[in-house]
Write a protein that binds this ligand. Structure first.
Ligand SMILES: [Zn+2]
Length: 430
């Protein structure tokens, strides 16, 4: 079986556009009625849902951003009453308040369907054993994978973020055939297998579905050669279900967007103009079926391009190119996103001022490492070594608390780094 939903995944462009038109119209009606934010915005521009008569009208509608979602914390963006919400998740808090994402029962089922399409496309069947090595927590990541794999009838191992040695042991003992994780974790597992003297030939593993962070062809080859798997990419955002929004098919020339659930647009992130297919720009997604948290023209912050040309796999849904970069200053570290402002605020809390700082990211032994460099100023410079050491220790503690892992802090002379560059990402991402 190559398709989970052949009829939908191979529809003609006309059929896709008809579904999309009806999906937007239904969504606009619901949010106008139920979400104050949208009602206010639409009234201000003198727009009524019935004014939407063609997909071209989409370009007239305003964007929605993560900041809007945060400002409506916790439930003000929901288009259904809380009693219809069966699950609540949260996206990483890059603003004062986090982003809360609700799911109705239908939302969860649809998310599972998206994942099922992804899994089946890369050869997963009910005979497979799927090891999910993504942290089960407040972010959505692994939950949809679990639902989708169970819809197919595969056996799910919710390993979450356990130690590499434990993961390899389970992979061997439970005869895991499919790994779902971040590329960083997959690389770590490949190295741990070698260290534990577990040869890939002795395992049943055949496929790795990797997402949550950017990765390139070198990382793919590394994982495929050392684990003897086919590694494919998956893309998603907590604000729009989670993983499963787009996935890489065996043709490996981009990731198919589920166009019966989303409309994809590419915009210039500076002028905000819509760009034609093929141009690189910021991905903007409109949800068509989400009940609890429908989003119109959501700015993802991810840079990619759209490809409507036919794919060898037979799917007709358009493809996004593999995503390596973001256009806002969000930094993805260990599968979680942060903005430099969070670091700046933490430094201010400790020092009482706003010294210049730079976050330097490296990848060592397939692990992301972050070091925060802070410029020495009157605020942070003390003649007494002891006082200086106490300050650095407090900053170190604050940073480690913020990120949830050990983050070294170094005090450096002014001029050591470019003050306008808050992030120096030395990871090779392609
Ligand atoms: Zn394809």
């Amino acid at each position: 079986m190559t398709f989970w939903n052949r009829k939908i995944e191979t529809m003609s462009r006309d059929e896709i556009e008809q579904i999309q038109l009806e999906g937007v119209q239904a969504t606009l009606n619901r949010i106008y009625k139920n979400v104050r934010h949208y009602r206010k915005v639409f009234k201000a521009m003198d727009f009524m849902p019935e004014d939407f008569s063609s997909l071209h009208d989409l370009a007239k509608l305003p964007f929605i951003t993560r900041r809007d979602l945060s400002l409506n914390y916790p439930y003000d963006m929901f288009a259904v009453p809380l009693r219809e919400v069966v699950r609540l998740h949260m996206a990483s808090a890059n603003f004062d308040e986090p982003i809360v994402v609700g799911f109705t029962r239908n939302d969860i089922d649809r998310w599972g369907e998206l994942i099922a399409r992804n899994l089946v496309a890369v050869g997963v069947t009910k005979d497979d054993v799927v090891q999910i090595a993504l942290a089960f927590g407040i972010t959505t990541g692994p939950f949809g994978v679990q639902v989708g794999a169970e819809q197919i009838g595969a056996s799910v191992i919710p390993m979450s973020a356990r130690k590499f040695e434990d993961q390899v042991k389970i992979m061997r003992d439970f005869r895991t055939t499919v790994l779902v994780s971040t590329p960083t974790v997959a690389m770590g597992l490949a190295k741990t297998m070698e260290a534990m003297d577990v040869s890939p030939g002795s395992l049943a593993i055949k496929a790795a579905i990797l997402g949550s962070e950017p990765w390139n062809a070198d990382v793919r080859s590394f994982i495929e050669e050392r684990m003897h798997v086919t590694a494919t990419d998956t893309y998603g955002l907590t604000e729009l279900f989670g993983p499963g929004v787009a996935f890489e098919c065996p043709a490996r020339n981009g990731l198919h967007i589920a166009e019966d659930h989303f409309i994809a647009e590419i915009i210039d992130p500076v002028t905000l103009e819509t760009l034609p297919p093929g141009s690189e720009g910021e991905l903007v997604l409109t949800s068509l079926t989400k009940e609890a948290l429908p989003l119109i023209r959501f700015r993802t912050g991810d840079l990619t391009s759209l490809d409507y040309s036919p794919c060898d796999c037979g799917r007709t849904h358009c493809r996004i190119s593999k995503i390596f970069k973001r256009c806002d200053d969000v930094v993805i570290l260990k599968g979680m996103s942060f903005v430099p402002d969070q670091v700046g605020r933490a430094i201010s809390r400790i020092t009482g001022g706003e010294p210049s700082f730079q976050m330097v990211i490296d990848r060592e032994d397939s692990e992301d490492r972050l070091t925060v460099f802070i410029e020495v100023s009157e605020l942070t410079f003390f003649d007494e070594m002891k006082k200086q050491n106490i300050l650095v220790a407090r900053l170190h503690h604050e940073m480690s608390e913020l990120f949830g892992w050990d983050v070294p802090v170094r005090m450096v002379e002014p001029g050591t780094f470019d003050r306008n560059r808050k992030v120096m990402d030395n990871r090779t991402l392609g």
